[in-house]
Design a protein around this ligand. Structure first.
Ligand code: AMP
Ligand code: GLY
Length: 415
């Protein structure tokens, strides 16, 4: 398992339950994972050497090694690996590539213009009178998107990305797109290049504070399933977005294997793609994995081998799952590290703590990142899952612990 977040902990935890898996190694892993290998996710040659020596099937969690071409490199060495090639990963690694792909293949998304010249971008912003969202083209750890409420904010966003280069080279080009005000949800599917099956539905909570206030983060909590995507909406998203994307990627000669994540905005009963990710969501992965009753290994391997259509649909527990992210105060900006985490040794029926930004030192578990833990719980209803997750989350402590107190409420209000 390549990666070190809560997503990777949950995928590895599930894979280790498969009778077909002897051992799960994590590279580099975190304070909650075992069999950690000290190789960073971008050290592709070292990872390949380890995989070869230990006869591994490699599963890639985060986007950065995918964008660097880990799947292509492993493929050349005949090493089995799960995830998309570098070209297919452009769906996430270049937002402009993704927007142009959607446009030429009639996949519903917000209308947009592309700029590299700040003066032209400013002229354009001044000439329109609808709200916009401004996005840096490249990977910017979820931060390169600025949702604007006024012309002044849009002008300042152009300045931040194209002039000040706050996101570095990722901001050499920008997208200025129409803002769509609707309800947002995550639709994650698994493809083998020819065919895609849906995962369970979920909803993330991207803003740092309760009631979706404050800056965007990687995700402060998630739950599954979400009532926002009912059966008919799921069918619509699967056909108009997922199947169309998989078919078009194949016909353009860049077949997509792996998890295809569509961040969608639903407005007036129609879904629009806000972004594609080419991997599982974090923290969406944690509640989705908690609900999975099938053998994850079978599905990942079928994606790699192109045999997904021969498998039965995934079995999901008929329960809700909620993941509450415990973060370090200050995230998504600067935050303290190396604080001792206490209260991890509780036992709670139906709850599990996935680690993210943690490390082990002298028998202690210390904070080591912005998003530290993902306390994940099952319940017979969303309400119950929320309550089990929060009572587990309340047992865990460190000086600068922070979490939202309203994870899942968006789902309750929709029910
Ligand atoms: P992205 O990384 O592209 O998903 O953008 C991050 C967040 O910005 C999304 O989760 C949305 O909340 C918001 N966002 C992005 N694009 C739009 C849009 N066209 N209209 C409204 N909100 C958007
Ligand atoms: N939770 C959103 C993401 O993984 O990008």
């Amino acid at each position: 398992m390549v990666g070190s977040g809560g997503r990777e902990h949950s995928l590895g935890w599930k894979l280790s339950q498969s009778p077909k898996v002897d051992i799960v190694y994590f590279a580099p892993g975190n304070g909650g994972t075992e069999n950690n290998i000290p190789i960073e996710v971008d050290k592709i040659d070292e990872l390949a050497e380890f995989a070869q020596k230990n006869n591994c099937y490699t599963v890639v969690g985060p986007e950065s090694p995918l964008a660097l071409g880990i799947v292509d490199s492993f493929g050349k060495k005949n090493l089995k690996i799960f995830g998309p090639t570098q070209k297919a990963a452009q769906l996430e690694s270049s937002k402009i590539w993704a927007k142009n792909f959607m446009k030429r293949n009639d996949i519903p998304t917000a209308s947009f213009e592309i700029f590299d010249d700040p003066e032209k971008a400013i002229e354009y912003v001044k000439s329109i009178n609808h709200p916009v969202v401004i996005k840096a083209d490249g990977l910017a750890a979820g931060k390169g998107v600025i949702v604007c409420n006024s012309t002044a904010e849009a002008l300042s966003a152009v300045n931040t990305i194209l002039v000040k280069k706050t996101f570095g080279e990722a901001g050499n080009r920008i997208i200025i797109e129409e803002r769509i005000d609707g309800v947002e949800a995550s639709y994650i599917s698994l493809s083998d290049g020819n065919f895609a099956i849906p995962m369970a539905t979920s909803q993330d909570h991207k803003r740092i504070y309760d009631n979706d206030m404050g800056p965007n983060t990687g995700g402060m909590g998630a739950y599954s399933p979400t009532p926002i995507i009912n059966e008919s909406m799921a069918k619509k998203i699967q056909e108009k977005i997922i199947d169309k994307t998989i078919d078009s990627m194949k016909s353009e000669g860049t077949p997509f294997k792996g998890f295809l994540y569509a961040g969608v905005m639903i407005k007036d009963g129609e879904p629009y793609v806000l972004e594609f990710n080419v991997r599982m969501g974090d923290p969406e992965c944690q509640p989705i994995i908690m609900r999975m009753d099938s053998d994850l290994y079978d599905y990942l391997m079928a994606s790699t081998e192109g045999t997904l259509s021969s498998l039965r649909p995934v079995d999901w527990k008929n329960q809700s799952a909620v993941c509450i992210v415990l973060a370090s105060k200050g995230y998504p900006e600067a935050y303290p590290k190396n604080e001792e985490i206490t209260g991890l040794d509780f036992s709670s029926e139906g709850a599990f703590v996935f680690h993210a930004g943690t490390k082990r030192e002298n028998g202690k578990v210390l904070t080591n990142g912005g998003r530290v833990l993902g306390v994940t719980a099952l319940g017979n209803s969303l309400e119950q899952a929320i309550s089990v997750a929060y009572s587990a989350a309340n047992k865990i402590n460190w000086p600068n612990k922070y979490c939202r107190t309203d994870i899942g409420k968006k789902g309750l209000s929709h029910l």
